[in-house]
Design a protein around this ligand. Sequence first.
Ligand SMILES: O=c1ccn([C@@H]2O[C@H](COP(=O)(O)O)[C@@H](O)[C@H]2O)c(=O)[nH]1
Length: 238
Amino acid sequence: MTPDPVRAGRAPIAVALDTPDLDEASRWARLVEPHVSAVKVGLELFTRYGPDAVASVRGGSGLDVFLDLKLHDIPNTVAGAARAVARVRPTYLTVHAAGGRAMIRAAADAAPDVLITAVTVLTSLDDGAIADMGFGATVVDAVRRLAVLAVDAGARAVVCSPQEVAAVRAEVGPDVVLITPGVRPAGTALQDQARVGTPERALADGANLLVIGRPVIRAADPGAAAASLAAQLRRALA
Ligand SMILES: O=c1ccn([C@@H]2O[C@H](COP(=O)(O)O)[C@@H](O)[C@H]2O)c(=O)[nH]1
């Protein structure tokens, strides 16, 4: 069943715990936990600590864990990795949609209780960057095509930037969980993100879960930053 990212009144935000230090990540998780529905464990933490990172940030909180490993390999290898990490019960596990239909299907079959989440085009890339890589399409067309392919192959969630949410929602219908990194509250720095949008716009266009890292974890008080974003979203959703 598709989960409702708005858990017990918490905002539909996954805080990206991007740090090489597990104690710091767990501390951030406890600070944001009253306000958000999920925390995201990415490559930086997982390559250093493995499954312990998931258990540690989850704590006893009931937070969803978004395991952002962006798997991309031949189907047999991705199936093995998905089966292995399913043991730590993440709610979401990312794979690159560009790995193709058979790879996505293999991940979905190997981890049926995990929402296989297809990353379309990284939010750090713009039209110029994907032309440079030899893609003969604009970002929005590539995102749309990869989203349709991924859902057809068994992905139950899709990652795109806030700028493509409306286009992807129109293609995949209401039941797919749409997740957007590249979220920047108005007036905050882009850093290495190329395709960004505000949290309000992403939700209004049909996103279900917003991935937000540095605007929260680099704030002087990550708990207060998460609380403030959650309040902002409650107002936008009212
Ligand atoms: O296309 C993608 C896919 C994943 N990410 C991840 O989201 C966060 C964003 O962090 P910010 O600090 O808010 O930029 C980060 O962990 C990325 O690995 C993404 O940005 N874009």
